[in-house]
Design a protein. Structure first.
Length: 253
């Protein structure tokens, strides 16, 4: 499911075609079966209105879910930047050689985190994750021996800072995996198809611009939800502005 949602152009085209065919199916059904008349048509209009209203509510709830996840990804990006910037200052508490080594690793680390946000190819993302884990291990390798020899409050701050850097990266990874469930997308697609079939059944003309307009409007609304929910392939993405600012600051120092 997410493979389709992560391809914006393919998703829009597929959605428009599917919904248009659904409306055509409803129009075809109206020519094969007796169309509602009089009070039956009024009752049918009530059902259609209720279905369209339900469709709007589900799109609204899905949009709210996608936006909350997007905001969470932005918040964790800011948290990562703050954790890295703070730890870069704290490593000055280490001996000179260890401090310089730790600062070099942190500069490389923030560059990898920026690449994580910007990269769209999955194979490259795997390489970035591998390099990120390697840098984390190297940072621990620099800090832990010193902390073991000097168990002071200052060393506790350095250790806590490294821990915050690693935890913030884990929170980010979890937020990027936290997307709208497939079951919600299936329900949304089913109701959208149902709306188009019912609309086609009431219009009773197989070739009408209304079908195209309805399919396009619904597809754009659903696409907006899918785009915000897609952390890596959507048009609306989290830009690592805070990490970039930290990277520039670290290079200046």
């Amino acid at each position: 499911m997410h493979e389709l949602l992560d391809a914006p152009r393919t998703f829009v085209i597929t959605s428009v075609v599917l919904l248009w065919l659904s409306a055509q199916l409803g129009a075809y059904a109206s020519t094969r079966w007796r169309a509602p008349t009089g009070e039956e048509r009024d009752d049918f209009s009530v059902v259609l209105s209720a279905t369209l209203t339900l469709m709007g509510l589900i799109i609204g709830f899905s949009f709210s879910m996608a936006v909350s996840r997007y905001d969470l990804r932005k918040a964790y990006e800011e948290g990562e930047a703050n954790a890295i910037g703070t730890e870069y200052l704290r490593v000055d508490l280490l001996p000179a050689d260890a401090a310089q080594r730790a600062k070099s690793l942190l500069r490389q680390y923030v560059d990898q985190r920026i690449l994580f946000y910007q990269e769209q190819q999955e194979d490259r993302v795997s390489q970035i994750d591998t390099r990120t884990a390697q840098l984390q291990n190297e940072m621990w390798g620099v800090v832990l021996p010193v902390a073991a020899m000097h168990q002071t409050a200052a060393m506790a701050l350095v250790i806590a800072g490294i821990n915050d850097v690693l935890n913030s990266q884990g929170y980010t990874e979890a937020a990027w995996r936290n997307r709208i469930p497939d079951e919600a997308w299936i329900l949304l697609a089913a109701i959208a198809v149902c709306c188009c079939v019912l609309t086609g059944y009431t219009v009773r003309r197989a070739r009408t611009p209304l079908f195209v307009i309805l399919s396009l409007v619904l597809s754009v609304a659903i696409f907006l939800v899918a785009d915000i929910d897609s952390p890596r392939h959507g048009l609306i993405q989290v830009v690592p502005q805070n990490l970039q600012s930290v990277a520039e600051s670290l290079r200046g120092r």
